[in-house]
Design a protein around this ligand. Structure first.
Ligand SMILES: *Cc1c(COP(=O)(O)O)cnc(C)c1O
Length: 391
């Protein structure tokens, strides 16, 4: 979460005072948020939900994913991307990321079997995936595409918002995301049939919406992921902040990057669309993982607060740390565990290319509210440390 304040407080107090804390009231915040988000994204339909994980699950349900199906996910993503297929008895198949730390289209193609139904490309850290490459492979092999844009709210690829390329785009509004209401999510799609299926599933398969929504297909069983009106009221205000946050993040990343470009020992992480990147983090690639570690130690020794992080050590984001997946505990109930009787093997040292890139990438946290001069100062300090380590 970057920005929140009086406007959100006002929106929530107005809601509390009028007492209509239910999304299915006339002119509800949820309904308005969905309309506003559709317009903002350039997408036909939006359904607000309770979480990003729920949004991914809802998307996979709507696409008919189920037991025995394989869903390809990248080796580097928040663990929820792999949990979503498992929740439906489908199996996550882990594919390499390339140097941009997003899904490698070539390895996506390598991992396709006759059981593969879908792929979830993840725009991790606000970075656009190679959507041209991924869509090409997906179209060639008839795979559904669910874009996990949970960390990439408002970012673009070639002038179109991330989340609008695949069959469905999924977002999260939890505390760590670009806009936030503490916990929340949404799916967007241009497909009315998929939207209706998401609507049915997210509202216990029967729906309080039945009459005004004109859903013609037979209802099927679902669960409850209805957005709270309180959260929707906050999200409507948050949405108005998104463009400003994105601009400030991008300006700071650009200024920081200019300084790093002058460094002969390292390079900036490649980005599939520099203009569309949300700018959440600045990535630097080292030729040597030890040197990267020395830079981190030196930065702490000098007590600099540069927001440095090596993604290799993130326990929730690197596949080798997804214990339930690695150990094939796909469900507590053995009969619901998709791995039961299935020959599939995960190894902590598979996806070696991804592990190598992760170990040699240094991330710097960006901050839209830090004066840009301070950001430039940080870049210079980091440059200095890198030079000392390499000399
Ligand atoms: C945050 C996140 C999710 C899950 O979102 P929740 O709202 O926490 O359920 C899924 N995928 C990625 C890449 C995320 O960053």
């Amino acid at each position: 979460m970057y920005r929140i304040g009086e406007e959100e407080i006002k929106a929530v107090s107005e809601l509390i005072l009028n007492g209509k804390m239910w999304r299915y009231t006339e002119n509800s915040n949820a309904l308005n948020f969905e309309k506003e988000l559709s317009t903002w994204m350039g997408s036909e339909y939006t359904l607000a939900l309770t979480s990003g994980t729920g949004s991914l699950i809802c998307a996979l349900v709507a696409l008919g994913i189920g037991p025995g199906d394989e869903v390809i996910v990248p080796a580097y993503t928040y663990i929820a991307t792999a949990m979503a297929p498992l929740a439906l008895g489908a199996i996550p198949i882990i594919a390499e990321v390339d140097e941009s730390l997003t899904l490698d289209p070539n390895d996506l193609e390598n991992k396709i079997t006759d059981r593969t139904k879908a792929v979830i490309p993840v725009h991790i850290n606000g970075l656009p995936c190679d959507l041209d490459g991924i869509m090409k492979v997906a179209n060639k092999h008839n795979l559904y595409v669910v874009e996990d844009a949970c960390q990439a709210f408002g970012g673009e690829y070639k002038g179109k918002k991330m989340g609008t390329y695949g069959d469905i785009g999924a977002f999260s509004f939890n505390y760590y995301k670009l806009i936030s209401c503490g916990e929340g999510g949404a799916i967007i799609t241009n497909n009315r049939d998929l939207f209706d299926k998401c609507s049915i599933y997210h509202d216990c398969g029967i729906g309080f919406f039945s009459k005004d929504r004109n859903i013609e297909m037979p209802y099927f069983a679902g669960i409850n992921m209805r957005i709270s009106e309180v959260l929707a009221a906050i999200l409507r205000v948050q949405l108005t902040r998104a463009d400003g946050i994105l601009k400030d993040l991008r300006d700071r990343k650009a200024a920081f990057s200019e300084i790093i470009k002058q460094n002969e020992y390292v390079k900036l992480s490649p980005v599939n669309d520099v203009d569309g990147d949300c700018g959440v983090k600045i990535g630097i690639v080292f030729d040597d993982a030890d040197k990267l570690q020395q830079v981190m130690s030196e930065s702490s020794a000098q007590e600099l607060e540069l927001g440095l992080e090596c993604p290799f050590y993130s326990n929730r984001h690197v596949f080798s740390n997804w214990e339930a997946v690695m150990e094939k505990r796909g469900s507590l109930n053995e009969k619901l565990n998709p791995y039961t009787g299935v020959e599939i093997e995960y190894k902590k040292d598979m996806c070696k290319i991804s592990l190598d890139y992760l170990e040699r990438t240094l991330y710097i946290a960006n901050d839209p509210d830090l004066p840009i001069d301070n950001m430039i100062e940080r870049a210079k300090q980091l440059n200095g440390i890198i030079k000392t380590v390499y000399k």
